[in-house]
Ligand binder design. Structure first.
Ligand SMILES: NC(=O)c1ccc[n+]([C@@H]2O[C@H](COP(=O)([O-])OP(=O)(O)OC[C@H]3O[C@@H](n4cnc5c(N)ncnc54)[C@H](O)[C@@H]3O)[C@@H](O)[C@H]2O)c1
Length: 331
């Protein structure tokens, strides 16, 4: 079976999508859509794409793709995903964050379900070799009972990078449902990134159903790298710590460093997409799972807006940060 593939938005992350699909001999890249004509031409040449459109709806109507990557900024993710599902694509591969508001994410899942399309969101860190090794060690009881996870990322905001942090925290607790979120954001002055409002810093406590808690620092308050510490009753595992190792395990027996060679996570994400399309297991980053990551992100804003813990499911489908701005709570 060969799949017709197209990319909507041909900027930075689109190159990773194009390369990962080019690696598959069951995928034929047929078209791209890009509003910046010069960028579109350059991208088409670099990746050997035969047809480039400036209007993505024209692409959907004329090129009949089976798989579509949505590689534009978050405010366009819902619109493009819904249009692709309605045009009859089999699978929409949308970049993270899933969208801006939780309501948009739910609409994306509903539109794909209604049209028989599959939906995958680009949380490729689920294929990180060290994170997978950590998950295995936790399952084997190497650090006793996992109690809590401390995770931080000093770059950008909750939507841009916090979505990777929260999604990997969920992965490390075996996707146990989040039951409660307490959070606070800091936005001393207006700030916009990737076409939507953002905060300068955020902290969050997430309480998972299996008893594990995650504490997250994002943005200006956090140290620079993207790192995790897993604390168990009998030891700790550190991932990607600033001291320069990819993985360190400390137990009563001593300290072990286990720096596994990096995986091509985007390629693995795409391989899992093709496996799912061919009747294999559901994709770990499928829309209905990714929406749970987004619900946690929105709950951090909502907790900050209400000055209270948020018990999930979150009863607010809007973007609480925008509500705070509109209410004059933050600049
Ligand atoms: N998974 C990851 O690790 C990862 C890494 C980087 C970026 N991202 C995500 O990917 C998305 C895109 O980020 P980026 O850095 O590639 O942005 P970018 O600005 O480099 O690329 C976006 C492209 O979309 C084009 N575009 C805008 N409106 C369009 C339209 N209506 N039709 C067609 N094209 C249109 C722009 O001209 C631009 O070329 C963001 O959501 C970002 O968070 C994910």
């Amino acid at each position: 079976m060969s799949y017709r593939y197209a990319i909507l938005g041909c900027g930075r992350v689109a190159g990773g999508h194009a390369n990962a699909y080019a690696n598959r001999d069951d995928v034929d890249t047929v078209a791209g859509a890009e509003v910046d004509a010069a960028r579109g031409r350059e991208f088409a040449e670099a990746h050997g794409i035969p047809t480039m459109h400036d209007d993505y709806r024209e692409l959907l109507a004329e090129d009949a793709p089976d798989i579509v990557s949505v590689c534009t900024w978050p405010p366009l993710h819902a619109e493009m995903t819904k249009a692709a599902a309605e045009a009859g694509v089999k699978l929409v591969h949308c970049e993270k964050p899933m969208a801006v508001s939780l309501g948009e994410c739910k609409e994306m899942v509903a539109a794909c379900d209604a049209n028989g399309a599959k939906l995958v969101i680009g949380h490729q860190h689920r294929w990180d070799a060290n994170a997978n090794q950590a998950l295995k060690l936790v399952a084997e009881g190497a650090i006793g009972q996992l109690q809590w996870i401390y995770a931080y990322c000093g770059s950008r905001d909750l939507l841009a990078n916090g979505t990777h942090v929260v999604d990997l925290a969920r992965f490390l607790v075996g996707d146990s449902p989040a039951r409660m979120v307490m959070g606070q954001i800091d936005r001393p002055e207006p700030k916009v990134d990737f076409g939507h409002e953002v905060e300068h810093a955020a902290i969050a406590h997430i309480y998972f159903e299996n008893g594990v808690r995650a504490f997250i620092e994002q943005g200006d308050v956090a140290p620079p790298p993207y790192a995790f510490q897993l604390v168990g009753t009998a030891g700790t595992i550190s991932l990607n710590a600033p001291e320069g190792y990819a993985m360190r395990v400390i137990t009563a027996e001593g300290e072990r460093r286990m720096d596994l060679p990096p995986t091509n996570a985007k390629r693995a994400e795409v391989d899992a997409i093709l496996a799912w399309l061919d009747g294999g297991p559901p994709h770990p980053c499928r829309g209905e799972n990714a929406v749970k990551t987004h619900e946690i992100l929105m709950s951090v804003y909502e907790s900050s807006r209400l000055h209270a813990a948020v018990h999930l499911p979150l009863g607010n489908d809007d973007f609480p940060l925008l509500q705070m701005i509109d209410d004059g709570d933050v600049p």
